[in-house]
Write a protein of this length. Structure first.
Length: 144
């Protein structure tokens, strides 16, 4: 498993998007963050962190996953039931894919109704709304 395989898995999930945040984190979202999307997984883009993958485990799986050698509470996100893998072989590739799919589903279930409504729109309409929202955010940022 590696960053490219994680990227392929995450972007293949419904409404999966990606951003580069905090200088070195590839962040995977359910829905674009401009319309209220929420992150469900992250990888380290530069390979300098002590973790290779972070994801939302949910309250049921969180404690189970912490029992696995090579998995620890995700820094700054543990209280939201996120875990971190310190190496790619902490879980088998199929298990990682299953956990990412589960993380995506858990986050999608918690999205606000308004965000889910936008995600249900045709792709072209979604893109228009996302572009409009980004324009509004940029204008409000300039006004500060």
């Amino acid at each position: 498993m590696d960053n490219e395989r994680i990227r392929a898995i995450c972007l293949a999930l419904p409404h999966g998007t990606e951003t580069l945040n905090w200088g070195h984190r590839l962040v995977y979202w359910v829905g674009d963050r401009a319309i209220g999307g929420k992150m469900f997984a992250m990888t380290d883009a530069d390979g300098l962190s002590r973790d290779v993958l972070l994801f939302h485990a949910g309250p049921e799986r969180y404690h189970e996953l912490l029992e696995v050698d090579g998995i620890f509470p995700a820094p700054h996100l543990a209280r939201a039931h996120w875990v971190a893998l310190e190496r790619w072989d902490a879980l088998r590739p199929r298990e990682i894919e299953d956990e990412l799919t589960r993380a995506h589903a858990l986050i999608y279930a918690r999205l606000p109704k308004q965000t889910k409504t936008v995600l249900a729109l045709p792709r072209k309409e979604q893109a228009r709304l996302i572009a409009e929202r980004r324009r509004m955010l940029a204008e409000s940022e300039r006004a500060r």
